[in-house]
Design a protein around this ligand. Sequence first.
Ligand code: ATP
Ligand code: MG
Length: 598
Amino acid sequence: MTSEEIRLRFLKFFEKRGHAIIPSASLVPENDPSVLFNTAGMQPLAPYLLGASHPKGTRLANIQKCVRTVDIEEIGDNTHATFFEMMGNWSLGDYFKREAIEWSYALLTDKQEGFGLDPARLYVTCFEGNSDAPEDQESASIWREIFENNGVPGNRIFFLGADANWWPAVKKGQDTWSGPTGPCSEMFYDVTGKINSGMSKEEFLAADERQEVVEIWNDVFMEYVKNNGKIAGKLKQKNVDTGSGFERIAMVLQNKNNIFDTDIFQPLMEKIESLSKNWNLKSGRIVSDHVRTSIFLISDGVLPSNTDRGYILRRILRRAIRHTDLLGISEGRIDDLIDIIANKYKDSHYQIINKLIMIKKTIKEEEIKFRETLSKGIKEFEKITDLTPEKVFDLYQSYGFPIELTEELAIEKGMKVNKKEVEKLFKKHQDLSRAGSEKKFKGGLGDTSEMSVRYHTATHLLHQALRDVLGPSVRQRGSNITPERLRFDFEHQQKMTPEEKKLVEEIVNEKIEAKLPMNKITLPIAEAEKVGALHFFGEEYGNKVDVYFSGDKIETAYSKEFCGGPHVKNTSDLAGKFKILKEEAVSAGVRRIKAILE
Ligand code: ATP
Ligand code: MG
């Protein structure tokens, strides 16, 4: 069955059962700046799961575009993509577990209306229960009945915990979800065709680990609402939210053990291989996945930048380009790949063809920028035979190589980065620069020290203002203060525009005029991080830290940073007008501002 037939069959199956077919929402969530991308079909529908009435009724089905950046490390395995499509059916206070499970089974196995998969290769999981909700016996008994009625023997139902069978998945101590939630039942398919249906739970989990059984569908039964990770009550209505991976269904229907061999990726993989002088499968998969994701992001209005969504796109795109280099693909051939992808989606996602020129131009420009910045660094890296922590630091300092990039390059070359030692070295450099600035404060007491303290406070305001204007990817890389001026180095890819500089000046001056008190509080490190206090990347601190903040209360303060001080008592003590004298590059990806208080 071709992937295009899968789309039609899925939608038709649910249309016939009273579902209205709704279009995919954009990858960029509407009215929700807190979420970068839609990661599941339920996200755009959350208001309706919470009880708002949907104009199309209580039964819906769609195929939602999703991007999951958390899966980026998995790319190259058999089943994960950063962009994928999720086929879903929805009950908004309409049907519940029985219909949902029966229809999932029917669609997967029915030969006429469904996909005709072999029921003897199907396995399911149900929620084992915890303090939030009891074991989901109801779902399990529906499954038991279905398998019995259809004469499918074997041990097929396994009970698992909230990390697998609760949506969203609950990772220990990291649950901050607010919204509709509930236990789920997941379906797995044996892609080897050889698994003995008498598997124990341990054997099942091991087969999952080896990607011999692959999760293809998740039925979520949304009965509860969570507030910041805690159950806050039951929903007004019981909902069903299901999600089935389009690429994974194609994979099992086309008898493949990985998504890259399906008709969705195959022409692309073939092209990449034919362009490669240096073929390796993992890079081939990374290039096809990342180029496809970039195309969908750009067609939904995301452009490469240094902040938020644009920054994710930039990283994905640059990683794709690096892997085309590894494969020995000549520069400029990404255009060929874009054509193949656009053609693949000409019916289901015609906006890609509509925006083809813009997409190609965006990717080409990013490629040029990236090559300018990093070619020097890569050359330097190639010379390295022994990757000492000093070399890692040098790549960071001189070429703007994030540690992760160096690490990845190192793995490719069969070298190892001693992360512990690298972190130690980074810390040493930071301590040295801090000791340097403390010495300046101490040494200059008297007539000049007062000015240094003022510039120190101004630096905090500037740091926050830069983040306001340029985005949260702005990070301090260094600071140097004399009685005459402040100097501040930070991570940012391009020159600031005159408008951006002006805006930063205005914000800092506004904070000076607002007469904010500068306060200090000593907090355990975890709490300081929780309130969003800024600190140097990679720096290690003791158990407790001092946080300086501008404002009455830390929760509502304008700036907050881990810092040893000293600072003025009130921002009005800065007693001058903040002015940026110069903004320039120090090294790749690092900018420097010199500023004064006039
Ligand atoms: P996995 O454990 O395999 O990463 P998941 O539990 O994170 O999957 P769900 O959140 O339940 O997945 O998403 C619903 C469905 O979407 C899955 O059953 C699967 O078919 C598909 N899916 C999830 N993540 C990906 C991905 N990165 N690439 C392709 N399909 C995916
Ligand atoms: Mg799942």
